[in-house]
Ligand binder design. Structure first.
Ligand code: SF4
Ligand code: SF4
Length: 330
């Protein structure tokens, strides 16, 4: 396969390389990704785009202003990365192998180990290098900008939409990406390729059926049938994104959880098929597993920095975590 420069303006359509989907999936599997699929880069389906616009117009993003940034790029990946032709969606299992003991304060499963952003980007970059090596494709454009881009919450990309498009699973009533016979505890990432794939995956249709367990499990009515997701009511939003005082609803419903919320995931029957992850970086520190309520209430800045060095929990900052701990009842 010949090398091409996908962003060159004088390049002809027939000069673009084609990559083999099955080989990419095999490489991804070898690297420990649970699932991999490939979708053709195109504008987001109009019905989804309209739904997203309406969600923003209704102010449902609450204080997450970044959700409304770069709207046109979010709804058309070709505007985000000119020259993108294929989007590889990848899923990495984070279903916990070890849990914080029941009865102690809980942290959302995705945040028990090291920050997934770094791990996902590192793995995706390795996969991108393997792809460029496999087909002898250029890894740089003009010696500077990479021609292949890797994203994990780092750009305006509708990650669950693209995962569904790439056939990984479907977006369930709990708004999570559900992978059949595996569940929803997966980090998602995307590799934008300036090359065509020989085969594109078919989107997966929704398999929620008549189930409503996630809706029943949500203590704050953040998910309501046939309504958009009410982010401001969600405990994940309140306990992580909300920088102000927690809503009364959150205070009354957070129970023992001091960071995030997993209730609509653990209620989902597909998560019964989850298998514990074996990724060393995602294992919780022994000190985190041994935290008692008393220790949490006495948490110092130094404790916080030691406990959550390199952790996604850093997003809430010390003051935010203390706020959450303070409103729980011992
Ligand atoms: S994360 Fe918790 S609060 Fe948010 S929708 Fe799910 S169950 Fe409801
Ligand atoms: S709990 Fe049921 S309705 Fe909710 S996402 Fe899972 S399968 Fe779908």
């Amino acid at each position: 396969m010949t090398s091409t420069n996908a962003n060159s303006s004088n390049i002809h359509e027939e000069d673009f390389a084609t990559v083999q989907s099955a080989t990419i999936k095999s490489l991804a599997q070898d690297m420990g990704f649970f699932a991999c699929g490939i979708a053709k880069a195109a504008p987001v389906d109009e019905a989804i785009a309209q739904k997203y616009r309406r969600w923003l117009e209704n102010g449902e993003e609450a204080s997450m202003a970044y959700m409304s940034n770069y709207l046109e790029k979010r709804l058309d990946p070709r505007l985000l990365v000119p020259g993108v032709r294929s989007i590889i969606s990848l899923a990495l299992n984070y279903a916990p192998a070890q849990q914080i003991p029941e009865g102690e304060y809980q942290i959302a499963a995705y945040a028990l180990g090291q920050d997934y952003h770094d791990l996902m980007k590192q793995k995706m970059r390795e996969l991108a290098i393997k792809i460029t090596e496999r087909w002898q494709l250029p890894s740089k454009e003009n010696g500077e900008e990479p021609s292949i881009r890797c994203f994990c919450d780092t750009a305006p990309v509708l990650e669950r939409y693209w995962a569904q498009k790439a056939g990984l699973g479907w977006i369930g009533r709990n708004h999570q990406l559900i992978i059949p016979h595996a569940g929803s505890m997966f980090f998602l990432g995307e590799i934008f390729l300036p090359y065509e794939a020989d085969v594109y995956d078919e989107p997966m249709s929704n398999r929620c059926g008549n189930c409503h367990r996630c809706i029943d499990a949500c203590p704050t009515q953040a998910i309501i049938p046939n309504e958009d997701f009410h982010a401001e009511r969600c405990l994940s939003y309140q306990l992580i994104e909300n920088r102000g005082e927690l809503s009364d609803e959150a205070k009354n419903n957070m129970g023992n959880t001091i960071y995030g919320c997993d209730r609509c995931q653990t209620a989902c029957p597909w998560n019964r098929f989850a298998t514990p992850n074996t990724e060393p970086a995602l294992q919780p520190k022994p000190e985190l597993l041994s935290m008692s309520k008393e220790k949490w209430h006495n948490l110092t800045v130094e404790d916080y920095q030691r406990l959550f060095k390199g952790s996604a929990v850093k997003r809430v900052k010390y003051d935010g975590l203390k706020r959450n701990i303070t409103v729980t009842k011992m």
